[in-house]
Write a protein that binds this ligand. Structure first.
Ligand code: FPP
Length: 239
């Protein structure tokens, strides 16, 4: 495919980093930055349809984020609950399908109930597929999928000789999603921090200095059109 024919990315994943620094620069508590970050989530989700982005996956809380102070963790959990409650109607009406990936076992029951409800209420939507990674870690996800395969082998429903990459991919939290075409990380850090490790094997990466609460739809649009200029080869020699 020639460069000019290259489509916009269908699946974009975002590591929303820099909320804490954004707040600190304003002399405010870190949670103030997370609240500002939540407003950006809405703006970026709303921008997806016109930009041709069918799948958007966002990193909201990692398996490592429990190491933050207790007050930040509980503030974030409260924010997620409030956000899910206040955005439900809008997400349903805007034809957005919401899914969550990550381990729900450690999350509190009220939050999990809200997540289940939102998944159910939006299950017939299909304009944009929004996936929220909550208590998500790439290694943890691969470990959980591997545990599932081991159980199936022990139960005699999976032949170890038949196991290949697809066998594992089908057991990941993301089994219904295509792999991301583009992964964006804000705030100037060039790391992937355990996000979609398996799925991003051939993704493009874009690291931008902007802190997440300052990330606008215009910057999103600029990055997407930049992607359009690049060529992805999936390891092959260009033809
Ligand atoms: C990273 O900034 C951000 C997070 C760990 C939380 C992400 C959460 C939001 C954007 C809130 C809303 C999300 C949803 C789905 C409603 P940081 O705290 O690591 O910033 P720092 O690197 O400057 O400390």
């Amino acid at each position: 495919m020639g460069k000019s024919e290259k489509p916009m990315p269908e699946h974009v994943a975002i590591i929303m980093d820099g909320n804490g620094r954004w707040a600190q620069a304003r002399g405010k508590p870190r949670l103030f930055g997370h609240h500002a970050g939540a407003l950006r989530v809405r703006e970026i989700v709303e921008a997806c349809p016109e930009m041709g982005v069918k799948y958007l996956t966002i990193f909201a809380f990692s398996t490592e984020n429990w190491k933050r102070t207790q007050s930040e963790v509980s503030g974030l959990m409260k924010l997620f609950k409030r956000y899910l409650m206040s955005e439900t109607k809008q997400l349903v009406e805007a034809n957005i399908r919401v899914r969550f990936i990550g381990d729900r076992m450690k999350l509190d029951d009220t939050l999990v109930a809200l997540m289940d409800e939102l998944e159910l209420l939006t299950s017939h939507n299909d304009l944009v597929h929004l996936t929220v990674a909550l208590n998500y870690g790439g290694r943890d996800e691969v470990a959980r999928a591997t545990k599932r395969m081991c159980r199936e082998v022990a139960e005699g429903t999976l032949d170890p000789e038949s196991v290949d990459a697809e066998t594992l991919a089908r057991r990941l939290d993301t089994y219904v999603l295509p792999d991301p075409d583009l992964v964006i990380r804000t705030s100037g850090e060039a790391r992937i921090s355990n996000f979609l490790l398996w799925q991003s094997a051939y993704s493009e990466y874009e690291f931008v200095d902007t802190l997440w609460p300052d990330f606008t739809r215009d910057e999103f649009a600029r990055i997407l059109s930049g992607y359009n200029q690049r060529e992805r080869r999936f390891g092959a020699v260009p033809g």
